[in-house]
Design a protein around this ligand. Structure first.
Ligand SMILES: C[S@@+](CC[C@H](N)C(=O)[O-])C[C@H]1O[C@@H](n2cnc3c(N)ncnc32)[C@H](O)[C@@H]1O
Length: 511
């Protein structure tokens, strides 16, 4: 068999762990994109273990005492002087018949009228139902994606969405926030603002937190955790802030109900977040819990995976549409392919998971079930899509297969093992969206980039490639003229997304 021959379809996939930095031997084997390749990934994936839950738990949400000093979730204009604003449209304090508060955020309190002498007359029912309360939300996202997220939120119905630094603000009723949780592909979480104002010290924060009607928002048997995120805060100990916020929530519950909620730092029912900048605070109920990028399909780890919301953003930014053949030739665990298949089938990214808002008094199971049912009804049946994935490492074929299987998408995507330097294009034209290995996390060098540039030019004429890299050497090494460069962040890593229009013979950069 020459180097250029197809590999036998039933090659055994090695599961032996490699040491870090170990690179699979590069085999220059262009091979056809055949159904056999798909069958092979299928059989690998059929060994799937139901490990999704364990992986999700190991990334528990906000922890009590956990404090972060980092980039802000984005804040607009500052008012002068001490000011605090409670949550608008908080649920009514009058219990419904069953003792519970109405759950849809509407104020259904009977109106009390006054007679001419000023005494209160008997309560009477409102004749028309009130509009749902308008709440304020903040939606953090990976830095650089604020504009795309604002567009996404507007499409979901948040007409006033405004991009800020690190996220997007919008207002609406609580059901809109559930919809964003269910449908946003770019957001990290949805935060419901309950108070904001100026502060000088921890005692200001304690007092304003104590004033909030926490027991209107969740029952005392729910567990809580506080997370403090600060940017340029003058306060010395953010742990102390976290502790004081927790004290205030518990003290307010004791005042109202003579009981206090317990703290669960790893998996709280009700995560609470306080954001501090130099002199202003914003207090939020975190409606999401585990970040939204944890869609519930990642069952098999891959080295240096992209965040799911960043992968979805690359597809958005590239302008890819589902009719266009898509290839990730260095797919790792297949994040880009999974996000693409979900977009193509109109699958809601949150359809397989739960959210913190399900623990709040404002939660309305009937309305939520309706939103989920609508999403399921709009989803296309899984079918073979023009989406292709490849990796030189056979363990990644298995990992991507397992992840696709967990998402119910294994039959939608064609996978194969191969070297990006040698594989043929799976279609005459299409789009490559990929996250090549780069220095910080995977061992690469200038010859790799040069080879990649050459291979794209030779084998993918007529295609457009969008490649994200955090390596400043990448564009030079590739030796191709990028038509666009979009700054983005992959976690803390500053990256660029480069667009290469691959037209044979005209791409090589003049040196
Ligand atoms: C940064 S990772 C991709 C991670 C992926 N986007 C994810 O979310 O899991 C880069 C991948 O490129 C693969 N790779 C490295 N050299 C390659 C080559 N010559 N051909 C194909 N794949 C290669 C590695 O095995 C690794 O899985």
């Amino acid at each position: 068999m020459s180097n250029h021959d197809e590999k036998p379809a039933r090659k055994k996939i090695s599961l032996t762990a490699k040491t870090e930095g170990d690179k699979p031997e590069r085999k220059h084997k262009p091979a056809r994109w055949s159904p056999l390749q798909r069958d092979r990934s299928k059989s690998a994936a059929s060994e799937a273990k139901p490990a999704a839950k364990a992986e999700q738990r190991s990334h528990g949400p906000a922890a009590e005492g956990r404090t972060e000093k980092k980039h802000p979730p984005g804040h607009a204009g500052k008012a002068k002087g001490y000011r605090e604003e409670g949550a608008s449209g908080r649920p009514p304090r009058t219990p419904a018949k069953d003792g519970a508060y109405p759950r849809d955020g509407r104020d259904t309190r009977p109106t009390r009228s006054r007679d001419e002498t000023g005494t209160e007359a008997t309560p009477r029912r409102r004749s028309t139902p009130q509009a749902p309360a308008q709440l304020k939300f903040f939606v953090p996202c990976p830095r650089g994606l604020e504009g795309e997220l604002a567009k996404e939120l507007i499409e979901l119905g948040a007409a006033d969405a405004v991009a800020g630094s690190g996220g997007v603000k919008f207002s609406g009723d609580i059901a809109l926030a559930w919809k964003v949780n269910l449908w946003s592909r770019l957001a990290i979480r949805v935060l419901q603002q309950v108070a904001e104002g100026n502060y000088r010290d921890e005692e200001d924060l304690y007092k304003v937190t104590l004033k909030q009607p926490w027991s209107d928002w969740f029952a005392v048997d729910k567990t809580i955790a506080i997370r403090t995120v600060a940017h340029n805060s003058p306060l010395k100990s953010l742990n102390f802030v976290t502790l004081r916020i927790k004290d205030a929530v518990c003290d307010r519950f004791r005042q109202d109900l003579e009981q206090r909620p317990n703290v669960d730092a790893r998996e709280p029912n009700v995560p609470i977040l306080i954001y501090l900048d130099q002199d202003r605070f914003t207090l939020y109920l975190d409606l999401t819990g585990e970040p939204l990028n944890r869609r519930g399909y990642r069952v098999e780890p891959a080295p240096a995976p992209l965040n799911e919301n960043l992968a979805a953003a690359l597809l958005k930014l590239s302008g890819w549409t589902p009719e266009l053949p898509l290839l990730d030739p260095m797919m790792g665990g297949g994040t880009i392919l999974l996000e693409a298949a979900m977009i193509a089938l109109n699958m809601a990214p949150g359809i397989k998971r739960h959210f913190a808002f399900e623990h709040l008094i404002s939660f309305d199971k009937v309305e939520w079930t309706r939103l989920r049912k609508d999403a399921e009804a709009g989803q296309k049946e899984p079918q073979l899509l023009p989406i292709y994935g490849c990796d030189i490492d056979p363990r990644m074929i298995r990992a991507a297969g397992l992840n696709l299987k967990a998402a119910g998408l294994l039959d939608c995507v064609t996978l194969r093992e191969g070297d990006v330097m040698a594989i043929p294009a799976p279609a005459e034209h299409g789009m490559i969206v990929s996250n090549p290995p780069y220095g910080v996390r995977l061992d690469t060098d200038a010859t790799f980039y040069k080879g990649l540039g050459d291979a794209l030019k030779q084998h993918f004429a007529g295609w457009t490639a969008w490649l994200i890299s955090g390596d400043a050497e990448f564009p030079k090494g590739m030796g191709l003229a990028a038509s666009r460069r979009i700054p983005l962040y992959n976690g803390p890593l500053e990256c660029r997304l480069y667009e290469y229009k691959l037209i044979a013979g005209t791409m090589r950069k003049k040196t």
